[in-house]
Design a binder for this molecule. Structure first.
Ligand code: GN1
Ligand code: MG
Length: 359
């Protein structure tokens, strides 16, 4: 089935050499061993990414900016096809494919089990933003319109309440109520959008741990998966790290009593990220460090619950009620984060105060 794709990228391998890889929910990913080396092949989900060329545009632009200004920075450039394009449309499967070299001696992890992994990942995401701080983010194309527009996500949730699956709506009342009770998180975002102290920067928008390459000594090497690299606010990147690194169990965990906020992981993210970006972020932005976690956790809960009410049209599901479970898990995580909000904010203030004192 992938033969035409291999041919387009001039790879000598058969479909059986393509082994499913990673844990992404949206794109299909394979690892391919060939005589010429190891590659990562991805089929871009064209239902979600309607303009795959926009992704190519963004990667080429930031890749050449980084190559020019920071030639030592490891940036994984896609392989060009025999048609001299970074993306190949395969008529047979109706899909868009792209290929990247597999970076030697690199590996990814799926769960953050040690604070230093959170530290290394946050440092890589912070470094990526820092290196791009001189790059005009407005040059980037929008690959997913309104991706992290929380007000729109709330509106989609309300639409699902009106038009969604009735029996699911009836059975989800507790979660629906919890979402409504925390609507002030949406209002705070609306303020951010009009606040001149919040800058639109080149933002990764998908900072989960599996989007960082680690070397054999567990040092971060670089960030990957630039599909959602778009203009955005730092709260998206910090928020998704808080969402996915603080709890010892992922959004898939059904036993919500296992969901918790690990403070030492919060401190690791804070030190690593601000260590890279503290001169770039305004005081007002830094004050929203913990809010970033609320923003992303709440948005993910909304998205999962909305999808459940819409019969799983976006995320799909491997078992009945999977998106309901994910939504419940994220709302539990939100509650746990809010329980510790004051303490976590105090860590942020004392970090900033120490740095001011040291200067
Ligand atoms: C999706 O496909 P993946 O796992 O990289 C989603 C993210 C969510 C995540 C939740 C384009 O990311 O926004 O946070 O699932 N990406 C898209 O697991 O919708
Ligand atoms: Mg992704």
């Amino acid at each position: 089935m992938l033969e035409a794709v291999f041919k387009a990228f001039d790879i000598k391998a058969s479909t059986s050499a393509a082994i499913p890889f990673g844990s992404g929910l949206i794109n299909h990913t394979w690892r391919i061993e060939t005589e010429e080396g190891t590659f990562i092949l991805q089929r871009v989900n064209e239902q979600v990414f309607k303009w795959p060329e926009a992704i190519v545009h963004n990667i080429n632009l930031t890749g050449s900016y980084l190559h020019h200004h920071y030639p030592d920075y490891l940036f994984v450039m896609p392989v060009k096809s025999i048609y001299n394009e970074e993306i190949f449309f395969d008529k047979e499967t109706g899909g868009y494919y792209r290929l990247c070299p597999f970076i030697e001696n690199s590996h990814t992890i799926d769960v953050v089990q040690k604070p230093h992994q959170a530290y290394e990942a946050a440092k890589q995401f912070g470094k990526f933003s820092r290196l791009l701080s001189g790059f005009d983010a407005h040059q980037l194309k929008i690959t997913l319109p309104n991706f992290h527009n929380l007000a729109l996500r709330y509106q989609q949730f309300e639409e699902a309440l009106n038009n969604g699956n009735l029996s699911r709506i009836r059975a989800s009342q507790t979660l629906i109520q919890l979402v409504k009770e925390n609507k002030d998180i949406v209002a705070a975002f609306e303020e951010i959008k009009t606040n001149p102290r919040f800058k639109l920067r080149a933002t990764h928008h998908d900072t989960k741990i599996s989007n960082v390459l680690f070397d054999d000594d567990e040092k971060g090497m670089c960030v990957i998966d630039l599909d959602t690299l778009m203009p955005g606010y730092f709260i998206s990147d910090v928020g998704d790290m808080l969402r996915t690194y603080l709890s010892p169990f992922s959004e898939e965990e059904k036993d919500f009593s296992k969901v918790e906020i690990r403070e030492e992981y919060f401190i690791a993210i804070l030190h690593a990220y601000l260590g890279e970006l503290e001169d770039e972020l305004s005081d007002e932005e830094k004050k929203h460090f913990v809010y970033a976690g609320k923003f992303m956790i709440y948005m993910q809960a909304l998205r999962f619950l909305t999808d459940h009410l819409n019969d799983d049209v976006y995320y799909g599901s491997k078992y009945e009620g999977q998106n309901f479970v994910r939504a419940g898990n994220q709302l539990m995580l939100l509650q746990k984060l809010m329980d510790k909000e004051e303490r976590l904010c105090a860590f942020v203030s004392s970090f900033s105060a120490e740095r001011v004192g040291a200067n």
